[in-house]
Design a protein around this ligand. Structure first.
Ligand SMILES: *Cc1c(COP(=O)(O)O)cnc(C)c1O
Length: 365
């Protein structure tokens, strides 16, 4: 049996007729950008999360980049972000000319709030919290530190659609929440897409203007904006998927639980969920000193795995200019060497899950 790390076809075929009908409806409707599907999706996603405003944009990176920009953060400013994240979190900061200041993660792979205060300088403007792998970050201490120093909180929710801290959905806790709808995400479209959510009506209005060339009404431009819009087909298909998001997340949760209960191998450390936090299991990420050997062993058994992520942002060529040397973030760097993501997707069969559990348990070094 061959098991891929992710496959999107299973979820597509589960609701094939609905997706195809909806796509045809948009194609035949003749309105392809900023029409009723985008407005309807924005309303429905805001209601789902429990936030006042949602503005669709072109992708998750744009959501971050635009949020940072419209919070007034740019050259000379610093934004604190965890070292172990996908590079887009960091690019959202640096594309605005601002400087990322990396903080180490805790045992939950989340930003370690205990190390937050020591990173704050007079240039710090915001904390960018990444709810990594689907698990919500415990926001208690982060909120109090942000309050104490007057910092903004930006949530990167590209991997956490529907997860929550103390019953509050990720994206609604800080000043602004940034989502990606890249196909592999928990709520994924059929191309690129993203959204920014906020309770701040003024900020939402600014984002709405910015994403459409800085235009407040046709051919009247009040700022230098961008062309960064969620298109009608993607919005329409996201409306179909949004109805099933909780069901999809429950299914991932069931798979995560099966892994947690079934995997018993002293060489492998399983992911942990923090108190008051839920995970929507965007990825199931274990760690082991024998990562490369385990990945190779599973590959030989026909099981594909991935590493999220093998090179942390501060060690990427792109960020050499930041001068954060190897060894500066030992926990982040160790994670990059030890983490391994097992297959996780909607439509996994029990047989596939059991096979994976069995193989991980058989692994020895
Ligand atoms: C996917 C992802 C992004 C970027 O989203 P895109 O839609 O691909 O631009 C940002 N942050 C994190 C944590 C992600 O996983």
């Amino acid at each position: 049996m061959k098991i891929r790390q992710n496959r999107l076809d299973r979820q597509y075929f589960e609701h094939q007729a609905e997706f195809e009908e909806k796509a045809l409806e948009v194609l035949r409707g003749g309105m392809y950008v900023l029409g009723k599907e985008v407005s309807a999706f924005e309303r429905e996603f805001a209601d789902y999360l429990g936030v006042k405003n949602c503005v669709g944009v072109a992708c998750g990176l744009d959501a971050l980049r635009i949020a940072v920009h419209l919070l007034g953060i740019g050259e000379g400013d610093e934004v604190i972000v965890q070292g172990n994240t996908y590079i887009a979190s960091v690019m959202g900061i640096t594309m605005n000319g601002a400087t990322p200041v990396f903080v180490e993660p805790n045992e939950f792979y989340s930003l370690d709030a205990e190390r937050l205060e020591e990173k704050i300088t007079k240039h710090t403007k915001a904390i960018l919290v990444v709810h990594l792998f689907g698990q919500a970050t415990n926001m208690e201490k982060i909120l109090s530190v942000a309050g104490k120093y007057g910092l903004k909180i930006i949530e990167d929710c590209a991997q956490s659609h529907g997860s929550s801290w103390k019953g509050r959905k990720t994206g609604t806790i800080g000043d602004v929440g940034c989502f990606s709808f890249f196909p592999t995400k928990n709520l994924g479209c059929f191309g690129d897409g993203g959204a920014i959510v906020t309770d701040d009506d003024h900020l939402a209005e600014q984002i709405r203007i910015y994403r459409n060339y800085g235009s407040c009404q046709k051919y009247v431009n009040v700022m230098q904006g961008a062309n960064s819009r969620l298109d009608e087909i993607q919005a329409a298909l996201l409306r179909v998927k949004l109805k099933y998001l909780d069901t999809y997340n429950l299914e991932r949760n069931r798979t995560g639980e099966k892994y947690l209960r079934g995997i018993k191998n002293p060489l492998v450390e399983l992911p942990k969920i923090a108190p008051d936090c839920t995970s929507v299991w965007h990825q199931f990420v274990l760690r082991t000193k024998f990562r490369d050997a385990l990945a190779a062993y599973l590959e030989r058994q026909g099981i594909q795995t991935l590493v999220h992520y093998p090179i942390p942002p501060h060690l990427q060529e792109a960020y050499r200019y930041l001068n954060v040397p190897k060894g500066a973030l030992p926990i982040t760097e160790q994670l990059a060497d030890e983490v391994l993501s097992l297959p996780m997707y909607c439509g996994m069969t029990d047989q596939e899950i059991d096979t994976i559990v069995g193989c991980v348990n058989q692994f020895s070094n």
